[in-house]
Design a protein around this ligand. Structure first.
Ligand code: PXG
Length: 454
């Protein structure tokens, strides 16, 4: 029979795939594949503050993976919790059924969030969290009879993942220009950064709150009755660590309130301690309507993301016949048992080791260490907030991004520290367990790498 032949062939292929150890099959994300494959950077294990490369070199993690391993790597309680969960319940359907750890984790996340941000929707990544939040915002207005509110406002230099929603409200040209017309009805606030007014600021710059008033301009242009939501990162991470100007987020909140526009904080990076608090919303004393999170919820150990909504948003959906789905949205792996187990263990570690307070206490030391690089060649600006720092380097003539790429490579291969190269910025965001000595070590090593490629 044909079907038998097909399955025989498939079986043969499976049997013959015996790890040819070829670098070609894997198409790496957000990576220059050809240069990577010429000189691969392979990580084979990790523990606490260090990675170990394939040639068994210890590499200090200056970036918490991709801003996610906030509790450090391979922490025993997280590993044990994942193991236990895998043995007990590999999967239970996310729709129409649930498992206890999902409720427990939602409750713990809600307890960390400020104000009446009490309802937690789970997904598997920051990109999904952003799409989920944008959809909740649109549907919220719709179920309240304000279906004309369809417009979404993002911000230049914003990063909100790579779904079509996220790249539409995002403000990074390379993430947008290849991908067609994106979502329609999107507009953008200006970025809040000005080197002229803000260079070498520790923490939130004094200058720039007025950028929030651009939202009033967009309301005048489009009319509030067409605007559903504004989404911003409280601190823009991916485009180079841009802390919000003092008073900026408060002003955005006030303008949104005035016009019935939902305010979404994308806290995929700022959530879970990066700025010394559970969420940036707490640091800035601003309660948004929706918070997106991911990354630090499991310290990167299992993919997970989610959205926290204020009570009133959830309640707006709880109408109509009780057997009918209220929000037509969700993922096969929403609240996956392994992710929930990892999340619970991670939040336990944050609590037991007081890691958010630790990040806050380390902030001045971290900022001082960052600023020691001020006079190195090609350094144009250094910004820091919480345990995050961005170092802008002058680009090489005709080769944008090359200098930071070289610093990243040199740092990894020669100095034994992992950093992120984002455009013309080197970004640093170590796990919150970093010691003072390790913070100094990170900046010493980065400084040597910057000098080496000058
Ligand atoms: N929102 C924000 C604010 C993010 O920073 C996402 C959404 C998307 O998350 P996922 O899980 O879908 O990747 C992010 C992700 C970097 C870097 O080097 C930043 C991110 C991811 C990878 C690298 O700055 N942020």
């Amino acid at each position: 029979m044909v079907s038998d032949m097909v399955s025989d062939m498939a079986q043969t292929r499976l049997a013959t795939v015996t790890a040819p150890n070829d670098l070609e099959s894997y198409w790496l994300p957000f990576t220059p594949n050809r240069s990577f494959k010429r000189s691969p950077r392979l990580i084979v294990r990790a523990k606490d503050m260090h990675y170990y490369s394939a040639d068994n070199r210890a590499v200090l993690d200056g970036a918490a993976g991709l801003w996610c391993t906030n509790a450090g790597h391979n922490r025993d309680p997280i590993v044990a919790a994942i193991k236990r969960a895998a043995e007990q319940l590999d999967y239970s359907p996310a729709f129409q059924f649930a498992h206890p750890a999902a409720f427990e984790l939602a409750g713990r996340v809600a307890a960390l969030a400020p104000g009446d941000l009490n309802r937690v929707f789970f997904c598997n990544s920051g990109s999904e969290a952003v799409d989920t939040a944008l959809k909740i915002a649109l549907a919220y207005h719709n179920v309240r009879g304000q279906g004309s509110r369809t417009r979404l406002i993002g911000r230049e230099r914003g990063y909100h993942g790579v779904g079509f929603g996220g790249i539409s409200v995002g403000g990074i040209v390379n993430n947008r220009k290849f991908f067609g017309s994106l979502l329609t009805g999107v507009d953008h606030l200006p970025a809040t950064y000005s080197r002229e007014h803000q260079a070498f600021t520790k923490g939130e710059p004094q200058w720039g709150a007025h950028f929030a008033d651009e939202l009033e301009r967009l309301v005048t242009l489009h009319d509030a009755s067409t605007i559903a939501a504004v989404v911003v990162e409280p601190m823009a991470g991916s485009t180079g660590v841009l802390p919000p100007p003092q008073g900026y987020l408060q002003r955005l909140r006030a303008i949104c309130d005035r016009h019935g526009i939902l305010l979404i904080f994308d806290e995929v990076i700022t959530g879970f301690g990066r700025l010394g608090y559970s969420f940036a919303a707490e640091r800035y004393g601003v309660v948004p309507d929706l918070i997106t999170f991911a990354k630090g919820i499991t310290s990167g150990a299992v993919p997970m993301g989610g959205v926290i909504a204020r009570d009133g948003i959830y309640e707006a959906f709880m109408h109509g016949p009780e057997h009918v789905v209220e929000l037509f949205h969700g993922y096969t792996y929403s609240a996956h048992p392994l992710a929930c187990a990892a999340g619970l263990a991670t939040l336990g570690l944050y609590r037991d080791e007081k890691l958010f307070a630790r990040a806050k206490a380390l902030e001045p030391r971290f900022a001082d260490a960052a600023m020691t690089l001020k006079s190195l060649p090609n350094v144009l600006d250094i910004r820091s907030v919480g345990l995050a720092a961005g170092i802008d380097l002058a680009s090489r003539a005709g080769a944008p991004g090359l200098r930071t790429y070289q610093v990243m490579e040199r740092a990894f291969q020669e100095e034994g520290v992992m950093v992120r190269a984002a455009g013309e910025t080197i970004a640093l965001s170590p796990p919150l367990i970093a010691s003072e000595a390790q913070i100094d070590e990170i900046f010493d090593k980065v400084g040597r790498a910057i000098k080496a490629v000058a």
